[in-house]
Design a binder for this molecule. Structure first.
Ligand code: XMP
Length: 322
């Protein structure tokens, strides 16, 4: 009889059998899929699994610390954190074209990850690269490979990595759909914030600061985004929408604060409902909630004196702005 508990037991048995006494590397992003894959493989082989988390300088507020706390401390997982913010931001300096930004971030990620893998290989018998590939990813990658025109925005997923690294793929979620992965994650003890987390793009905040990325603009965006997150949680809306995030606009507008004139940047709120991200509609968030979000961002975040709301649906707009 099929049950999640049986499924876990069977997966654990298979992972142990496949891996034997070798070691496994997994690129942990903190998203649902890689987190559940990590928890499942960790349950099967414990410290034979090493997770690599790359801090690319484009993460949300306290994101790295949260990953370190949950996986390093709580799950006692062998976690390596590659702190590479300067490398990524250096290469992105002055780059404004969205596709160029994505390519730089994607390529730099592959390079950093490859470096970590090589360091690890010197330490022990690493033979597998684990990925949180789901059943729909398997289908999608076939579609994309067969028809390059279908790829509207270059996707930052780690396809193609293992060949070059001489590692075998370990993909224990390959048969599962997203809802099953969430159930599996809960069963494995991952918290709701991870299992029901909103999607976050691979290039991170790099595609949410419009145009060239500057450190100080990233900081403004991070603080605004954290406030939006807090208020969506407080209003009990965070888990009800598909995504809610801020976008930094490199546009300055005039404002007034006390007796002083300000001249600062604009932050846009992007809050959408969707079932599969193929189409999306802007969420009808109550005015009172929007008012709190806006006044908190303008009052608490230096560098932003205006908040606007994105009321575009997909299509013809996309969810992300770049
Ligand atoms: P768009 O902007 O194309 O986004 O409507 C659709 C969904 O995909 C997410 N997204 C990405 N996810 N790597 C990802 O893993 C990426 O490069 C990427 N770009 C966009 C986006 O957040 C939305 O949920």
């Amino acid at each position: 009889e099929w049950s999640m508990a049986n499924y876990i037991e069977e997966s654990v048995r298979q992972i142990r059998e496949t891996v034997g006494d070798k070691r496994v590397i997994l690129g942990l992003s903190g998203g649902v899929d890689s987190s559940v894959a990590a928890a499942l493989i960790h349950k099967a082989i414990g410290k034979q699994l090493t997770c690599v988390f790359v801090d690319n300088g484009l993460l949300r507020l306290h994101e790295r610390e949260q990953v370190e706390k949950l996986y390093g401390d709580h799950f006692d997982l062998d976690l390596r954190v590659a702190k590479k913010a300067n490398l990524f931001l250096g290469r992105l300096k002055g780059v404004s074209d969205p596709e160029k930004k994505r390519k730089i971030i994607g390529n730099t990620f592959v390079e950093v990850f490859d470096e970590e893998v090589n360091k690890l290989k010197k330490r022990g018998n690493y033979a597998f690269l684990a990925q949180g590939t789901l059943y729909p990813d398997v289908i999608e990658s076939v579609a994309i490979d067969g028809n390059p025109a279908a790829l509207i925005k270059s996707h930052h997923n780690v396809g193609g990595l293992p060949k070059k690294m001489k590692l075998d793929l370990l993909e224990p979620l390959r048969a599962l759909f997203k809802d099953e992965v969430r159930e599996l994650g809960s069963e494995l003890g991952l918290p709701k914030e991870v299992v029901w987390r909103q999607p976050f793009p691979g290039p991170g905040l790099g595609v949410r600061v419009m145009g060239p990325i500057r450190k100080k603009d990233l900081d403004v965006l991070r603080r605004a985004d954290a406030i939006l997150h807090e208020e969506m949680m407080a209003a009990d809306l965070y888990y009800k929408v598909w995504q809610s995030f801020c976008v930094f606009l490199p546009v300055k507008t005039v404002g007034v604060m006390g007796d002083e004139r300000t001249y600062e940047n604009v932050v846009a709120l992007r809050i959408v409902e969707s079932v599969d991200a193929m189409t999306a509609d802007w969420a009808r968030v109550p005015y009172e909630v929007l008012r709190t979000i806006s006044s908190r961002i303008i009052n608490e975040v230096t560098g932003c004196n205006r908040v606007v709301l994105d009321i575009s649906s997909k299509p013809p707009s996309t969810i992300e702005w770049e």
